[in-house]
Design a protein around this ligand. Structure first.
Ligand code: OFO
Length: 169
């Protein structure tokens, strides 16, 4: 049986992962309106990844005999009006999620749940990858500046991203 405090943190994180899915869906809408189909594809993959992250925790909590509480998902707000500003928000959000995973691990450590720590390791590695990918796109967007042709080249590149169902834990 999972510790109650840790269970509450898992439930909170399931909500945050679903919120991430929702936030990236809102960003996908922005790029659909701009007709930047490569960016649309990138966010589509992001949405699927966040769903997988949420379900990974959902399944784990269930496997541990925990009780799942589905909380209300906050309305996502897309801050900014340019691809650059949006990717700055993505990076801020991913940094926030990383801090949440670290907190979850702190609690798992506090209640001496080594199995949960081992499970959460996957999420920690995933966050390093997420922050690095987003920082890469952000750096390119900074180089691009107002160059529309270069933006279209990046769009073409982002169109090649594909979703691979992660094996979590
Ligand atoms: Fe679930 O990693 Fe992004 O938020």
């Amino acid at each position: 049986m999972i510790n109650e405090k840790l269970q509450a943190e898992f439930n909170e994180q399931i909500n945050k992962e679903f919120f991430s899915e929702y936030l990236y869906l809102a960003m996908k809408v922005y790029f659909q309106e701009q007709n930047l189909q490569g960016f649309v594809n990138w966010f589509d993959v992001q949405v699927q990844e966040e769903h997988a992250h949420a379900m990974g925790m959902f399944d784990y909590l269930n496997e541990r005999g925990g009780s799942i509480e589905l909380k209300a998902i906050e309305k996502p707000v897309v801050e900014g009006n340019t691809p650059l500003e949006i990717f700055e928000q993505v990076l801020r959000h991913e940094e926030f999620v990383t801090s949440r995973i670290n907190h979850l691990m702190d609690v798992a450590e506090e209640v001496k749940d080594r199995a949960a720590l081992h499970f959460l390791d996957w999420y920690l590695k995933e966050q390093v990858e997420e922050e690095s990918t987003v920082s890469g796109v952000l750096a390119t967007l900074k180089l691009i500046g107002d160059d529309k042709k270069a933006l279209l080249l990046l769009d073409k590149d982002l169109a090649t991203r594909t979703f691979v169902q992660p094996v979590i834990g």
